[in-house]
Every structure is written in C-alpha cells, then in structure tokens.
Design a protein around this ligand. Structure first.
Ligand code: PEP
Ligand code: MN
Length: 355
C-alpha cells in the first residue's frame, strides 16, 4: 500500500494536535471549546457526533444536528473539523456537512463488516480518514481496516493508537501496549501515527506522561479530549482536560529528533551485536539442554510442562531487577518466550515417532 500524506497534516505544524470534546453536547459547548482552542493555536478540532457507548443508556451523542455546530467551527473559526463515523449513513451526513477529516472508532475497527460498509460509502471520495486501533490487541485486524479503505480508493490514511482493553486492567483505561503500534508501523511503513492519550489513560493526570511517551516513540501527533468544564462532560468526564490544561501539557512536552545522521551509534551497535550473538549462542545451547530433558521426560513418561520449575525461574531473576537495571515485567516476557520455545522443542522430542 502506498499512502499519500494527509494534506491537512502537512499544513499543520508537528506534532499534529487534534483537540476538542469527547462529544458535541450543545452548540454553546462546541463553540466555547473551539474558540478557546483556536486562541491557543489549535488548527484541528474533534467532537463526537455519534457516540458508541459500551452500555446503553449513556449519552450516545446528539447525532446529525451537531454537524451544523461543526460547520460553524469551520466557517467562523477557520478550523479543520473532524468526527467519528461508524456507518454509511454517518459517512454520508458527515461528508454532506463538509467535515474535513473522519475517524473510525475502536469498536468499529474491530468489526470488518462495519469497516467495509464505511469503505464502500467512501468510494470515489477524497477525504482523509484516521483509523483507531481495534479494542482488542490485534494488529492484523487494524491493518485489515486500512486494506479495506485503501482498496476502496481511500489513500489519505492515518492511524490512531488509543490503547487496548484488557480484563481487570486498573491503571490504564486501555493499556498502551506500545509494542503493537510499533509493530503496526514496522509492517505499514510510513503512515501518520497519532496517539490518543485520553482514551489510553482514562484520567486527565495521565495525559502528559502518555503524550511524552508517544513523542519519544516518534508518533506524528496527539488527539487530546478537551472540554471547558470536564467534570460536567456528558461522556468521558474523567479524562478530558481544559484548554488551559492542554496548553500547559503542550508546553511541557519535550520534543526529540528522529534524525540520527550526525550521531555515530556504530560502536554502540557493534557492542550490542556482539552481546546479541552471545545471547543467541546461549539460547541455542539452552534449547539443546531442553531437548535432553525432553528425552528424559519421554523415557519416564512425564508431562512436559512443570509449572513449579517455571515459577522458580522467574523468582531467581527478580534479583537482577533491583535499581531499575531491567524491569521484572520485561524479564517475565523474555522468559515466557524462552520457556515457550523450550516447551515447543520438548513437545517435539516427547512425541517423536508418535505422529
Ligand atoms: C472517542 O474518540 O471519543 C472514542 C469513542 O474513542 P474510542 O473509539 O477510542 O473508544
Ligand atoms: Mn471519548
């Protein structure tokens, strides 16, 4: 896929900032937030007109009527306006109202029928579309949505990382799982990637640190929910910031350069390569020992998985995690990977000749 730059973004300085309320609640509320943002130099306004809510009975957006308020923002304040679409009817109405940029919400990206319906409704229309990651951590499903849009002729595409829902997650509303947007980018190449710290954090206190992490990971921009009176917001009250708070957040963000041409990393990289070579050799040796154990388990008729032993391994390594030298969660995932390869090898050994 060959993505075209989103022109709107080209004319807006980086990092791109999309700000506005979770939902368009009333004409006054929309105009008040938009004017305050305009004053602070925000060029791209967001507001949800149709709101997909997890449970019925919550505020589900004003609907079509709110599009006129976005039109006012566009004509009176000269801002670009964006909203979420989830059906062909939404697309039709948003386009008829002259909305500059559409986004597909996380619940919609997870549904290929809905994405296809939107893609079909966009055939022959040149409008930029941002696709939020699906609620579940599935990079293929996210990429699939891009393919559906691209195949329908929509070439001005960008991605929004808004985190992934997880059972029992307490700290984040939607866990960032940064490795997923990184994997997405690795596979999709040069595509605009916006971070939505509001829906990841679910709390306004987390917006700054999540935004900083996104910039440190070379994201192209941020989408931050902003409301003049967040506590009274009809949706996502806990995570919205005021225009003044947004200004403070933006001023605190440290911007780093992705260009490394004038820095020589070669000697460091050579040292890393040397260590990685050793790690690989050791892993290969470790797998050979695992296969030997597999042979013993086969002979004695033992199961391959011995949970007691695995928990002991993790315990042994907590001592390396003092003073932040390496994070215990990282150690766990490294050993989960090593252990799962070990198990795969042993399963082969114990079943040799049985297939
Ligand atoms: C939103 O942007 O207000 C929204 C509903 O987000 P998400 O699709 O990420 O839940
Ligand atoms: Mn929201």
């Amino acid at each position: 896929m060959n993505f075209e730059n989103i022109e709107i973004f080209d004319s807006v300085k980086r990092p791109v900032l999309i700000a506005g309320p979770c939902s368009a609640e009333s004409e006054e509320q929309v105009m008040a937030v938009a004017s305050a943002l305009k004053e602070k130099g925000v060029a791209l306004f967001r507001a949800g007109v149709w709101k997909p809510r997890t449970r019925p009975g919550c505020f589900e957006g004003v609907g079509q009527e709110a599009l006129q308020w976005l039109q006012r923002v566009k004509s009176e304040l000269g801002m670009y306006v964006s909203t979420e679409v989830a059906t062909a009817v939404h697309v039709e109405q948003a386009l008829a109202a002259g909305i500059d940029l559409l986004w597909i919400g996380a619940r919609t990206t997870a549904n290929p029928f809905a994405v296809q319906e939107i893609a079909d409704a966009l055939r022959g229309v040149d409008v930029p579309v941002l696709v939020k990651n699906p609620v579940n951590p599935d990079v293929d499903l996210w990429i699939g949505a891009f393919e559906r849009l691209y195949n329908a002729g929509v070439k001005r595409l960008g991605a929004i990382h808004r985190g992934f829902s997880a059972y029992g997650e307490k700290f984040y509303r939607n866990a960032p799982q940064w490795q997923l947007p990184i994997e997405f980018r690795r596979r999709m190449g040069d595509i605009a990637m916006i971070c939505d710290p509001s829906h990841i954090g679910g709390k306004r206190e987390l917006v700054l640190s999540l935004s900083q992490q996104a910039l440190d990971l070379n994201f192209d921009g941020l989408m931050i929910e902003t409301h003049c009176n967040p506590v009274c917001a009809l949706s996502d009250a806990r995570q919205q910031v005021t225009p003044d708070e947004l200004e403070i957040i933006m001023s605190k963000l440290v911007r780093r350069s992705a260009e490394s041409d004038n820095v020589d990393f070669q000697s460091y990289r050579n040292r890393l390569d040397e260590i990685d070579d050793k790690l690989m050799e050791l892993l290969v040796q470790r797998m050979a020992v695992s296969r030997e154990i597999g042979a013993v388990k086969r002979e004695k008729g033992l199961t391959v998985f011995q949970p007691f032993r695995y928990n002991k391994t993790i315990e042994r390594y907590t001592k390396y995690c003092k003073d932040g030298k390496i994070d215990i969660e990282a150690v766990k995932s490294i050993f989960e990977a090593v252990h799962s390869e070990s198990i795969r090898q042993q399963l082969r050994v114990v079943n040799e000749g049985n297939e």
